[in-house]
Design a protein around this ligand. Sequence first.
Ligand code: GLN
Length: 453
Amino acid sequence: VTACLARIEATEPKLHAVLHLAGEAALAEAARLDAAGPDPDKRLWGVPVLVKDAICTKGLPTTCGSKILENFVPFYDATAVAGLKAAGAVILGKANMDEFAMGSSTENSAYQTTANPWDATKVPGGSSGGSAAAVSSGQCFGALGTDTGGSIRQPASFCGIVGIKPTYGRVSRYGLVAYGSSLDQIGPMTRSVEDCAAMLTAIAGHDAKDSTSAPRDVPDYEADLAAWAKQGDLKGVRLGLPDEYWGQGVDAEVLDCCRAAVDAARGLGAEVVRVSLPHTPYAVATYYIVAMAEASSNLARFDGVRYGFRDAAATDLAGLYELSRAKGFGPEVQRRIVIGTYVLSAGYYDAYYRKAAQVRRLIRQDFLDAFASCDVIVGPTSPFTAFGIAEKTEDPLQMYLSDIFTISLNLAGLPGMSIPVGLGAQSGMPVGLQLFGPAFDETRLLCTAKAVM
Ligand code: GLN
């Protein structure tokens, strides 16, 4: 904990990854653990971690990267945070993010822009960019991120670390500030696959406080991975390469690194097959309709009355709502509330939201069909490596298109992972390979990832 706090102090002037530091509390907790002595039942005993600021932490600010929650201090822990604490982890503080997890670069944070530790002129990805930069730079050993449309996997890819978005329902969303409730999942971001398995074991499982959490037993991911590693090959594993992910629009340096990783997997005995996810071209449009619709509804609770920011100039109730929301929410959040309200409104619902829900079903079916002929689907996490700060902020559509390979998975509710597979020959920046698995088969993803890394 002491070493991580020193690392944070040394790197924060450049990175801006941390929003709230809980240094004293972390040191006190570490001292308490030291005094009690190591506990073999606590798998994360003394491990310093950061938590994305969208996830509630008792007694620690939880702003979700927004001015509207500037003074919000939850009086309870999210279930995932409680799981980390129960496993002995020490919370160092909260990580920066795009406001309400809306973005792909962490530039939409109302507070600060996080830099990529590999090149401070580049973005760390988003929306969990603070978590990714912190893990990559050694500020902590693991972090929680959230992934609604790629927000764990894309920043993991941009910062050269491991990130997993578990199956929808695998990790409780209780205490996570909701963005798109049917898409959101909390997951670990770490430097190794083993650390990822250990953190996932600590946070997964059914939770009566989240009606969408799955009532299924949690495997011991860490033990399963260790058991698999004894054999360590990929014999009998069929890797499916979707045509839609391996061609047009992907930078050559990204394809090169991803192909080398697939070749390495082949060398370990994996069989490589071609598959197709034919509805991929509709994923971005479908995702942004569904996500914005759900966001417009979820964000209705921030009305200047119950939480956070309230504008003092208001003279009546409608004015209080208007002014508090106009001043509390940033431009990207307002854009999404407006579009989300529009696609849900009478007369437009059938043309937009209902259509999107139907296409979502087809996208999910694509995956189920592909898994008939392969065990794990692989492709690039992002078509390009980390882009420059301010490079895409003027054009929201360009920013949305950067999610092209990550969002289908959330629409389908399936688990996915990004692992580092080298540095791009042109950019010198990290490249991520993405692995998709069948529902609730995180173990298969972790073992395949370990083999390829
Ligand atoms: N970039 C996507 C968005 O802006 C995904 C964000 C996320 O996964 N939270 O919606």
